[in-house]
Design a binder for this molecule. Sequence first.
Ligand SMILES: NC(=O)c1ccc[n+]([C@@H]2O[C@H](COP(=O)([O-])OP(=O)(O)OC[C@H]3O[C@@H](n4cnc5c(N)ncnc54)[C@H](OP(=O)(O)O)[C@@H]3O)[C@@H](O)[C@H]2O)c1
Length: 253
Amino acid sequence: MDLNLKNKLAIVTGASRGLGAALCEALAAEGASVVINYRRNPRLAEALARCLETDHAVRALPIRADIACEPDVLAMFDQIDRTLGPADILVNNAAVCPTGPVTETTQQTFNDTLQTNLTGAFLCCREFAKRLIAANRPGRIVNISSQAAFRGSTTGHAPYDASKGALVSLTISLAREFAPHNIHVNAVAPGMIHTEMTDAVLSTNKQKYLDRIPLRRIATPPEIARVVAFLAGSGSDYITGATLDASGGLAMR
Ligand SMILES: NC(=O)c1ccc[n+]([C@@H]2O[C@H](COP(=O)([O-])OP(=O)(O)OC[C@H]3O[C@@H](n4cnc5c(N)ncnc54)[C@H](OP(=O)(O)O)[C@@H]3O)[C@@H](O)[C@H]2O)c1
């Protein structure tokens, strides 16, 4: 299926590694240029940009921004306007996932988690949509939520799970508000993906997770990235406000 992503410009947050890097690869493979947002690792982001430009003949621009910080987000969008022009696709992927029982979780940890996973996504959606609406251009937003949005925490990630649940609600509100402007807003709810975020638990407890997943395997970043590319492209022209379950049957919703 041609997703019609050639010559589109996509912004992927938290993209220097893990699922974010796979998202950039999947979108670039379909012909989209990408903004690789990163927070801490310029070398990884630059290496990924060079690979994408060589392998797929697209433009790839790393931009540092802490998406939890409003001035950083504004500066990133200004830089995109100046260098690459208006973006067509935004993927809110950046997230943090602290671990611990609620009784030992500080307010600071709770707030910091929401600040990146929810407020950061909100800020990026706002800046992205503002520009598209002003220019009367269509667009696509894909928010990376989680099966944990619906099932809650089983392993000490209550702030993360709350942020991912709120991201689903935000997706619905934005989808409704932006629909008249032809800006589609959807979410993906992955189950377990093998990345740095899950490396520690999978090294010690992989079987416990496998036993809960009807498909009996952990997702690879590229297979989740293909779901996101579908929502970013023309195969999903009649979908907005949806959260697509990509959890190997863990969530079944
Ligand atoms: N792995 C899973 O099993 C799983 C399951 C369901 C959903 N997800 C979701 O998938 C997405 C990607 O997760 P992942 O597994 O690839 O995690 P990861 O390997 O921990 O990567 C997270 C990325 O987010 C970036 N990031 C964090 N805070 C940021 C901030 N304030 N500003 C900009 N970038 C920031 C990190 O950059 P730095 O390195 O610079 O901090 C990193 O590149 C997340 O939304 C996660 O919730 C993952």
